[in-house]
Design a protein around this ligand. Structure first.
Ligand code: CUA
Length: 219
């Protein structure tokens, strides 16, 4: 049974992680398999002659190997790395770019301002309600976070959702997510920002849409 990830961003992360893992297993299996085959197939026996192109002291080694092999391995590596690079950057781009539908008015998405300070997180909901170290959002809604800092560099991250963005004074960084499961999740600072850095934690509370409507962000 396929396990549902706690958020769309976690889903995105795990599919990227799977691509990396599958490619690593394929490449690793191929390389180790080929090595094992070559070691066994060309192992030295008592009757093995000295190879003609064996390096001799004081002489440059003779050119060996085939151009075709080089071309194939360079092309294959380029394709594999290309998949990983494009996959990674498109995932980053997706996390930083809120969906088009959020630009509509009224917006179906919830936009929350997040201000980092030594050593707390201030959140401001639409309408002006504020809270500290607690972010309450409804399940299933697209939540956009506008992250900035009041003092030094911080980094806002929700581990379980696999998202993180820098909180920098004078700059607003955007991340967004859709939570799939109600519950409490850890918000943590990921940039060494002073003596209280380790204690700069908050809670993301994902609630059912109904209770978010009834008690607002005060649940
Ligand atoms: Cu804020 Cu570390």
């Amino acid at each position: 049974m396929k396990q549902v990830a706690v958020s769309n961003t976690a889903e995105l992360f795990f599919s990227l992680f799977n691509i990396f893992t599958i490619l690593a297993i394929l490449v690793g299996t191929f390389v180790l398999g080929l090595m094992a085959y070559l070691v066994l197939r060309f192992r030295e026996t008592a009757s093995s002659p000295e190879p003609e192109d064996a390096p001799k002291l004081g002489q440059l080694p003779a050119p060996r190997g085939k151009l075709r092999t080089v071309v194939i391995s360079v092309v294959l590596s380029t394709i594999i790395l290309g998949v990983l690079v494009v996959g990674t950057f498109s995932a980053i781009d997706q996390i930083n770019t809120p969906p088009q539908v959020c630009a509509q008015t009224p917006s179906p998405c919830l936009t929350v301002q997040v201000e980092a300070g030594r050593f707390f997180w201030n959140v401001t909901y639409p309408g002006g309600r504020e809270d500290t170290n607690l972010l309450v959002v409804p399940k299933g809604t697209t939540v956009i976070l506008k992250v900035t800092s009041l003092d030094v560099f911080h980094s806002f991250g929700i581990e379980d959702f696999r998202i993180k963005t820098d909180a920098i004074p004078g700059r607003i960084n955007t991340i967004w997510f859709v939570a799939n499961e109600a519950g409490d999740y850890l918000i943590r600072c990921f940039e060494l920002c002073g003596t209280g850095h380790a204690a700069m934690i908050g809670t993301l509370q994902v609630v059912e849409p109904g209770s978010f409507q009834s008690c607002g962000a005060g649940c």
